[in-house]
Ligand binder design. Structure first.
Ligand SMILES: CC(C)(COP(=O)(O)OP(=O)(O)OC[C@H]1O[C@@H](n2cnc3c(N)ncnc32)[C@H](O)[C@@H]1OP(=O)(O)O)[C@@H](O)C(=O)NCCC(=O)NCCS
Length: 193
């Protein structure tokens, strides 16, 4: 991880604004040319903060929302839990038990490339493994080459493209999956050591 002190911890209600800020800034940085300009301009931090506040009130294990904290500032977050049915279906895992999913993984553009994304992913993967999950899926935008390379570097296998619409425009997504969650955890730990 980074040389300076970054702590991965459970998100708290007071993190809502930090979560929203990271989400909006990361989208605007990473998704230029991937999503429409209008979709990026329309992002609203206050609305996102309200959504996070509501969502946090409903989070219960095995669902996990973890933040990377640098001196009290949220600089990244990961959110995961039980795999959504649509994702499990596209992977042919519909009805299978023990399938986890990372719904979101974002690191502040100023803090990327320091090991924070890997630490956040490890946190959620370990938490899901503790709750008996044995495989993991992550859906990302097909045009998100940076994110896709990050998952590929950790041994994720790509599934078939899933047609999707974001901000009113087509934005296909692609699932990455690890049939063996313990392999992913081990791979992250080896890479970090
Ligand atoms: C993708 C993302 C979560 C990665 O987080 P990060 O903190 O930048 O990545 P890390 O520093 O933890 O990288 C861990 C390892 O993966 C490698 N890696 C990271 N991004 C990579 C990329 N695009 N291509 C190849 N390797 C990559 C790093 O080099 C590092 O390996 P190393 O320690 O051997 O050098 C982050 O860059 C991000 O938020 N991107 C924009 C949004 C996004 O794409 N989210 C994920 C899809 S929903």
């Amino acid at each position: 991880m980074a040389e300076f002190d970054i702590r991965v911890r459970t998100a708290e209600p007071s993190d809502a604004i930090g979560l929203a800020r990271v989400q909006v800034e990361t989208w605007r940085d990473a998704y230029v040319g991937v999503l429409s300009d209008d979709a990026l301009i329309d992002l609203d931090e206050m609305q996102a903060a309200v959504r996070w506040t509501r969502m946090m009130g409903a989070i219960a294990a095995p669902e996990r929302l973890a933040v990377a904290d640098h001196d009290g500032q949220v600089v990244g977050f990961a959110h995961g839990g039980v795999s959504r049915r649509a994702v499990a279906k596209v992977l042919g895992w519909d009805g299978a038990v023990g399938v986890g999913e990372v719904y979101a993984l974002y690191v502040d553009p100023n803090y990327q490339g320091m090991g924070i994304g890997r630490a956040l992913l490890a946190d959620v993967a370990r938490r899901l493994a503790t709750h008996g999950f044995d495989s993991l899926a992550i859906l990302t935008l097909e045009k998100n080459r940076h994110g896709r390379r990050f998952y590929e570097a950790l041994g994720g296998a790509a599934g078939d493209t899933v047609p999707s619409v974001v901000g009113g425009l087509p934005a296909d997504q692609i699932p990455y999956f690890w049939p063996d969650l313990s392999y992913l955890v081990q791979r992250i730990e080896t890479a970090a050591s």
